[in-house]
Design a protein around this ligand. Structure first.
Ligand code: FE2
Length: 432
């Protein structure tokens, strides 16, 4: 006897007509034609069932603050940082918690059940850290929330930055952050990378830095980050977020850099929506894309996962908590248009990001947590193309969100009565 059986699912690896049996909040069996009785049976009707989406790079202390205290007129990264500096002293714990909880509601509805959020530690009052620690506890039943101590104004550049970051870690933030390209000089940036990696090694924590979020090809802090990762024995525990300068670097230099990153097992986290919006701003035409070298990094065996970064905050007025929107943008910006390419992009929103975050028991194999999403699409490529509706979201075997299928009623003589966009795919290769 199972608690729930999901019948007739398509899985991201291409298997079709699969049943998933759940007991005690875990996946008890996966395979075709599971016959045993179940408390509840859910028919997936040949739709894609995926493990939940995972966002490895977000700013939950800033989300949904758009327009406070004013809009970002130029729409640039630097005005965004300045604007956040105006908003920060006015933040209250209550408002931070309320906005973060609202975002988490949206996330759950989008099948997004694990998020790594940077938390600005620049204001020594650390109201951001206090609030997000409260949120981490509150949402634990439905979202795995990891918190990065993030010195937004610079670890060395901001007055009291060193002390505040360490205090935030003492309070219980999970990960050591950094922003070396925003320190006063390249040398101070490199010194901050070394100091922060030492802190991580001493405290036994992972590292996730905003690294080289610039078009400056000489911004090479990722090289230092990889070297310090090896030196401090942090292999596999370190993430480099953004890495946009790699787009503009000299190819010869990159031919040495990528193997160094692979040696250090750096987790790479590009943020396609934000990178395409904010980079290349000093260019006239042609304009650079400002996206790190995703295809080359994947081919070198590095773990690449995509982050949403921002939703309606001083840096980015768009966004919807939909990781498929992130993947959709990635396909275009990175020009990964092949069939296998697109499957890799889907993985970068799910299994790769789960690996970046070190999530345990993630996936659709027997024994994993019964966390999953039923999408209004037949396969990962269709899900990306349509930014497919989430029909059902499950956490530990319980339904936490449900949506009616998106179907339009059609009033055209001699034509079908309804349109479900997910039914309008051309015939797939090898399928009848
Ligand atoms: Fe960020």
């Amino acid at each position: 006897m199972f608690d729930v059986v999901i019948k007739n699912a398509n899985l991201p690896d291409g298997r079709e007509g699969i049943d998933i049996a759940i007991r005690g909040g875990r996946i008890a069996e996966v395979g075709p034609g599971i016959a045993a009785e179940a408390g509840e049976t859910i028919d997936a009707t040949g739709r894609l069932v995926s493990p939940p989406f995972v966002d490895p790079h977000f700013h939950m202390d800033a989300t949904l603050s758009l327009g406070l205290p004013r809009m970002n007129v130029s729409g640039t990264l630097l005005e965004g940082i300045a604007l956040w500096g105006e908003l920060r002293p006015t933040l209250t714990r209550e408002a931070l918690v309320e906005r973060a909880l609202r975002y988490c509601d949206l996330a759950v509805s989008q099948g997004l059940l694990a998020i790594r959020s940077h938390v600005d530690t620049s204001d020594p009052k650390l109201v951001t850290a206090e609030a997000l620690i409260e949120v981490r506890e509150k949402v634990a039943p439905y979202i795995d929330l990891q918190l990065v101590a993030f010195p937004q104004d610079g670890y060395y550049r901001a007055e009291g930055g060193v002390e505040a970051l360490n205090r935030a870690l003492d309070m219980g933030l999970d990960i050591v952050g950094g922003i070396p390209h925003f320190e006063r000089t390249m040398a101070e940036g490199a010194a901050s990378v070394a100091a922060l990696c030492r802190i991580a090694a001493d405290r036994g924590l992972p590292v996730d830095m905003h690294c080289d979020e610039t078009d400056d090809p000489m911004s090479r802090h990722i090289e230092t980050l990889a070297a310090e990762t090896v030196r401090f024995g942090l292999k596999g525990r370190v993430a480099g977020s953004h890495l946009t300068s790699m787009h503009s670097m000299d190819n010869y230099y990159v031919s040495k850099l990528i193997p160094l990153m692979a040696e250090a097992e750096i987790n790479v986290i590009p943020n396609p929506l934000i990178n395409i919006m904010l980079q290349g701003r000093h260019d006239s035409y042609p304009k650079r894309r400002g996206m790190t070298r995703v295809r080359e990094l994947m081919e070198a065996g590095l773990n690449v996962s995509f982050g949403h970064d921002c939703v309606m905050d001083p840096w980015y007025s768009m966004g919807s908590g939909d990781m498929l929107e992130v993947g959709h943008m990635a396909i275009h910006v990175v020009q990964m248009a092949g069939i296998e390419d697109k499957k890799k992009i889907f993985d970068a929103l799910t299994v790769n990001s789960a690996k970046t975050m070190g999530l345990k028991d993630y996936g659709l194999e027997k024994g994993c947590n019964a966390d999953l999403v039923i999408l209004q699409a037949r396969d990962p490529i269709e899900a990306l193309r349509l930014k497919a509706n989430r029909l059902l979201v499950m956490r530990r075997g319980k339904v936490v969100a449900r949506a009616a299928p998106r179907v339009s009623e059609l009033r055209l003589e001699g034509r079908p009565a309804a349109v479900d966009a997910a039914e309008y795919a051309p015939l797939r290769p090898g399928k009848a």
